[in-house]
Design a protein around this ligand. Structure first.
Ligand code: ADP
Ligand code: NI
Length: 216
């Protein structure tokens, strides 16, 4: 493995995300990298591709870096500057582009490397950390935690998903997070997604009990 370049990528992402607290921090990237590498070993995927794609998967995120999102300029320039081969750059950029969740228009990656990175990113939206990230995101975007009178919008298209800026965080559980376990690509990814989803459903049961009680 190209350990020197991987270490450089870690440092690059850490510097880029300094000060970011809406759920897209370096810690998220690092967890996705760790999980993606575990999946990659099980799936016998190319470890360098998975390492670089997972470390760079959010450096051109639609919401944090809208100006570089389309061309994936941060990732592309980092790889170019570090003399990665043109075709390898395209493979890594494809993995990164396919990661994004876009409602019913989400892409199923064609390569096993892309599948590992997408599964890892989705696993980090689930479980205890997934709950924490959802509320951190909701707070940063001034969303309500919960509103009984607002129904979740199911099966959103990419455009609807992007335009949905005033839903509640609890609705996000139904709209996206509980769907993720059915969209996993790898067997071990799906098992972990299922385990974490069960935990979130227990949390939600408890949450709704506590919140509804004060209505009486
Ligand atoms: P997405 O593509 O769904 O925006 P991201 O990975 O960019 O997903 O989002 C970062 C984190 O913020 C994830 O944990 C995600 O579940 C959470 N998040 C995204 N949209 C919302 C929302 N509308 N309400 C609450 N949390 C959200
Ligand atoms: Ni991510």
């Amino acid at each position: 493995m190209n350990n020197e370049l991987i270490e450089k990528a870690k440092k690059y992402v850490e510097a880029l995300f300094e000060g970011e607290s809406s759920g897209h921090d370096f810690q998220h990237t690092y967890r996705v990298y760790k999980t993606a590498m575990e999946l990659a070993r099980i799936e016998d995927a190319d470890l360098d591709i998975v390492a670089l794609a997972s470390l760079l998967h959010d450096v051109d995120d639609r919401k944090v870096f809208p100006e570089t999102y389309k061309e994936k300029l941060h990732a592309r320039n980092f790889l170019k500057e570090n003399e990665v081969d043109e075709d390898e750059i395209e493979i890594i950029i494809k993995c990164i582009s396919d990661v994004e969740y876009l409602g019913v228009d989400s892409v199923k990656p064609s390569s096993i490397e892309g599948k590992c990175v997408q599964d890892a990113d989705r696993i980090d939206a689930l479980g205890a950390i997934g709950i924490a990230r959802a509320f951190a995101y909701g707070g940063a975007h001034h969303r309500k935690m919960y509103d009984k009178s607002v129904d979740p919008i199911m099966n959103m298209t990419a455009d609807e998903y992007k335009a949905n800026t005033d839903g509640t965080t609890i609705n996000h559980f139904y709209e996206k997070l509980f769907e993720l376990e059915y969209l996993m690509n790898t067997v071990s990814g799906r098992e972990e997604a299922h385990r974490r989803t069960r935990y979130m459903k227990d949390f939600l049961t408890e949450f709704l009990e506590e919140v509804e009680e004060v209505d009486f």
